[in-house]
Design a protein around this ligand. Structure first.
Ligand SMILES: NC(=O)c1ccc[n+]([C@@H]2O[C@H](COP(=O)([O-])OP(=O)(O)OC[C@H]3O[C@@H](n4cnc5c(N)ncnc54)[C@H](O)[C@@H]3O)[C@@H](O)[C@H]2O)c1
Ligand SMILES: [Zn+2]
Length: 377
């Protein structure tokens, strides 16, 4: 017997890879609900050409209660991936981010509580941004959770994190799921709200819910037309247009880049393993990579003459470090990342090279908007 799966946002980057993987397994029938946001897909009435032909595509929004309800009632597993995803942009398109990300998820759980349905599991795509800064070690105070850096500190190009207790510089640790949450953008706040609402209703009504906190996901099909998200595709697209990557701060900030295929592995483990029910998991690699390394690897592969620009600018609200502690998902679900950054980035660059439509470069637009709003200094 096949299981019926609904993926909201399934025409997007992560969702479309998940569609392929589920259909490959031959145990799932996949339906997709997606608005085809213009910022992600360009102006179009048709689902992207990469979308698996064996899936059923429905155009519509998770904010449309009736449309979502009809699909929820027909399915047994729900992956809720639909969202607006630009961290910086969320700080000036506040209504849109709250509507798509919080109202959309509220509809889903309202339907699960009030309609007759056969849904057995719900998986929510959350984000590392809910943490804010990384768990850290202070030589004097032990484990601490630094606050967001203040404007004054950043203006002095004093980039590294301070201990919130004694003020000395701290060493970055891997961040685990028990770390306190400290979102610093409306996007991150909307993800925290999604988490709270899902567990509050899920626990009350016995709806099996799993939250996956993705770190920085990269891979093929990441929207090249969307300059608001995805540093790997932004740097690669710029480099292929003969423009060097522009790196904020000094480039030594670290992130955890996880390949989209490994994210799909985590998503599928979340539905296959009962140990996932009612739990939150980090989905990353546990390996820090600096933005400087990303810029250098990409420039070297695409055009070695392009030297990354370090212009010492910074974005208000940006975190300095955050890398996943993945012990929990390894131990409980048997997750194991399979693709190193160096391997994954090759695939991404090869894919970007053969994209014809959409292959324009819009990063200046996103930077201009941030500057106009006073969010890029
Ligand atoms: N890419 C990352 O690095 C990353 C990291 C952490 C979390 N996430 C989360 O993973 C999920 C998928 O992200 P992605 O990177 O694939 O983004 P994406 O923009 O490629 O995909 C999102 C899809 O959702 C659709 N969509 C947007 N609003 C919608 C609505 N109201 N109703 C229905 N569809 C809607 C878009 O058209 C798009 O196809 C999101 O929830 C995102 O917050 C992504
Ligand atoms: Zn201290």
């Amino acid at each position: 017997m096949t299981k019926k799966v609904l993926i909201t946002g399934g025409a997007g980057f992560i969702g479309s890879h998940l569609v392929d993987k589920l259909i490959e397994q031959k145990e799932y029938e996949v339906s997709i609900l997606d608005t085809l946001e213009e910022q992600v897909h360009g102006k179009t009435d048709n689902p992207p050409s990469y979308l698996n032909k064996d899936s059923k595509f429905f155009r519509g929004s998770v904010t449309d209660y009736k449309k979502l309800e009809d699909l929820v009632k027909e399915n047994e597993i729900i992956f809720h991936l639909a969202a607006s995803v630009g961290v910086g942009q969320s700080m000036y398109q506040i209504e849109k981010y709250v509507d798509n990300n919080i109202h959309g998820l509220a509809n889903l759980f309202d339907i699960l509580v009030n309609s007759e349905h056969n849904v057995e599991k719900v998986i929510i795509a959350s984000s590392n941004t809910v943490y804010g800064e990384a768990k850290s070690q202070c030589n004097k105070c032990g484990v601490v959770f630094p606050k967001l850096r203040l404007l004054d500190q950043l203006k002095h190009k004093d980039w590294e994190l301070n201990c919130p207790k004694c003020g000395s510089k701290v060493k970055t640790l891997l961040t685990d799921e028990n770390s306190p949450l400290n979102p610093s953008s409306i996007y991150a706040f909307s993800k925290q709200a999604q988490e709270k609402l899902s567990f509050m209703i899920g626990n009350t009504y016995g709806i099996n819910t799993t939250i996956l906190r993705f770190f920085l996901v990269y891979g093929t099909r990441q929207a090249l037309s969307n300059p608001y998200t995805g540093v790997c595709s932004i740097f690669s697209t710029r480099a292929l247009h003969g423009k060097p990557p522009i790196v904020f701060e000094d480039g030594n900030q670290t992130r955890d880049f996880v390949n989209v295929n490994d994210v799909c592995q985590a998503l599928i483990l979340a539905i296959e393993k009962n140990a996932a029910n009612g739990e939150i998991f980090n989905v990353g690699t546990g390996t820090p990579i600096t933005i400087k390394e990303v810029a250098e690897i990409i420039s070297k592969k695409i055009n070695p003459k392009l030297n990354p620009i370090y212009n010492q600018q910074f974005r208000i609200g940006d975190i300095r470090h955050c890398v996943a502690d993945i012990s929990k998902i390894k131990n409980k679900l048997g997750f194991s990342p399979t693709i190193t950054f160096k391997e994954g980035i090759e695939d991404l660059i090869e894919w970007i090279k053969i994209q014809k439509e959409d292959f324009q470069e819009h990063s200046h637009k996103a930077m201009l908007e941030l500057k106009e709003k006073g969010l890029l200094k």
